[in-house]
Each structure stands twice: as structure tokens, then as C-alpha cells.
Design a protein. Structure first.
Length: 90
């Protein structure tokens, strides 16, 4: 198609068709998207819970640093790091 100036004009129906197929993911993505979203929510929630434990253990450790509190804080830090890494990867 051409307009009155002689330049080419693309039909909007054609553009809608192209954008719908480009922007719409295939059905297989829909099937796995819910599972991925659930895993992401669970890993994020666990990360927040472990962060609260980590901050609380750091507070207790700053008041009185016993060996047990140090080890617990150390383990919580690594668990938190692992959960955050899993959350980012998912």
C-alpha cells in the first residue's frame, strides 16, 4: 500500500498480527510459568525468613558473642546466600 505521497504504508491489521505472535509466548511457556512463579515465591519467602533469623542472630551475637551464636550466625549467612542465589537463578 502507498499513501498520497508515494511512501509505503503498512496495514495496522498486519502489524497487530505480527506483534501478537512476537509478544505472545508459546503455550509450553504458560504450562511451566506457574510452576516457576511458585518456586520463585517460595524461594523469596524463605530468603526473607532466613534474613530475619540472620539479622536477629547478628543482634544477639553483638550483645554477647558465644561460640554457639557465632556458628549459628555463620551458618545462617551461608544458607541465606544460597537461597538468594537460588532465587536469582530461578
Amino acid at each position: 500500500m502507498e499513501d498520497e505521497n508515494g511512501s509505503q504504508v503498512v496495514d495496522s491489521k498486519y502489524l497487530d498480527h505480527i506483534f501478537n505472535h512476537i509478544l505472545e509466548p508459546p503455550p509450553i511457556v504458560y504450562a511451566q510459568y506457574d510452576q516457576l512463579w511458585t518456586a520463585k515465591i517460595i524461594s523469596g519467602s524463605l530468603s526473607v525468613c532466613v534474613l530475619m533469623l540472620l539479622l536477629f542472630s547478628g543482634l544477639l551475637r553483638s550483645q554477647k558473642a558465644t561460640g554457639k551464636r557465632r556458628r549459628f550466625h555463620y551458618k545462617m549467612a551461608f544458607i541465606f546466600f544460597g537461597l538468594i542465589a537460588a532465587h536469582v537463578i530461578l
